[in-house]
Write a protein that binds this ligand. Sequence first.
Ligand SMILES: *Cc1c(COP(=O)(O)O)cnc(C)c1O
Length: 408
Amino acid sequence: MSEAALAKEAAALDAADGLAAKRAEFDLEDDCVYLDGNSLGALPRGVAGRLSDVVGREWGRLRIRSWEESGWWTAPERVGDRIGRLVGAAPGQVVAGDSTSVNVFKAVVAAIRLRDTGSRDEVLVDAATFPTDGYIARSTARMTGCRIRVVDAADMAREAGPRTAVALVNHVDYRTGRLHDLPAVTAAVRAAGARTVWDLCHSAGALPVHLDATGADFAVGCTYKYLNGGPGAPAFLYVRRALQGRFDSPLPGWNSHADPFAMDPAYAPADGAVRGRVGTPEILSLLALDAALDVWDGVDLAAVRAKSLALTDFFLRCVEAYVPRGRVESVTPEAHGERGGQVSLRCAAGPAGGAGDVMAELIRRGVVGDFRRPDILRFGFTPLYTRFADAERAARVLAEVLEGTRRQ
Ligand SMILES: *Cc1c(COP(=O)(O)O)cnc(C)c1O
C-alpha cells in the first residue's frame, strides 16, 4: 500500500476514533509522536494546577491540618480504589504507595507466608521477568528458605505443582509485549494449591484486567507508565479480599497499624487494603497521581483495548509497507490475545548503525520510542493520546532512518 493510501487511512481512523478527544487532556505538542508512554506516561494537563494547590494551599497554608482536612492520610486507599477500577478490583483491595519493587517484596513474602505446608518451598519466577522482580524474588526465597525456579511464563500453568508456594508473573512482557493468560495461569496455580503475584506494570491502563473475577491473589504495578502518574509515581498493591485477614506483611510499618496514633509498641495490623501500607505516604507524588487519574473518568477499558489493538495492527501494517524487507522483525505476537500495548521490533545492525543508533535518530526526528539492549526498538501505544497518524509517521520515519534518507 502506498504512503498516500496509508496516510489517508490514518486520517479516517483518527476521525472515527471515539477516544481522539482525550489527547487534548494531555500536555503534548501537536507534532509530537510520543510512543514511550509505556515507560513514562505523558503529563495530563490537570496535574500542574492540582499540585500547585497541594503545595501552596494544602501544605503552605493548612500545613499539618491537611493530613485530616485535605484527606492526605487516607489518600493511599482512595487512590488505590481509583486504580482498582482500572484493574477489575472492587473497592478496598488496592493501596497506592511505595515502588513496584517494594510491593513485589510484600506480595511474594506474604504469599509464601500463606502456604498451607512448609514443603511448598518453590517460588516460580517468569523467565523473561523485568529484572527487579527476579532480584527481589531471589531475596525473598533466601529469607524464607525457599528456592527459585525460573519458568517461561507460557509454561507457568503447567509447572505449578505441589512444591510451589507462589508464582510471580509479568502480565505483559516488557521487552516483547507478549500478553500472558492471567485467568488460565491464575486458575492453574490455584488448582496446584499455590498463590499468584501478577505484575501489571505493562497492563494497568493498557488493557482490561479482571483481578476479582479471575481470583488473582496478589497484584502489583507501577503508575508512571500507562497510568501517567509522573516520574517515580507511587506503585500499587492488590490483595484479594478473601486473603486480607491472613495477609501478613513483611513490612508492617506504623501506617499499617490498626490504630497508628496509639503509638503502641505492640503491632496490630489494620484490616483491609490499609494493611499493605508501610510508612508515611509520598503525598506530593500520590496527589499528582490522583490528578493524573482524572483522565480515566468515564473511560471504558474495552474501548482502550480495541484502539490499542487497532493502533498496533496499523503500525505493523505501515512497517510492513514502508520498511525494506528484512531490516526489522516484530517480536510482538500477531495474535490479539497474546499482545499487550506495545510493538517491539528487533533491528539488527546495518548501515544506519545498531538499534540504539536507530532509536536515537528516530528521537532526533521527533518519533520517541525506546531501545532495549541488545537490539530491540520499543514503540508503546497509549490509546488515550496516540493517534493513528502517529503510528503511520513512526513507521515512515523508521523506514527513512533505516534507508538513510529523509523524505519530506
Ligand atoms: C517498570 C517495571 C517495574 C519497575 O519497578 P520500580 O520498582 O517502579 O522501579 C517493575 N516490573 C515491571 C514488569 C516493569 O515493567
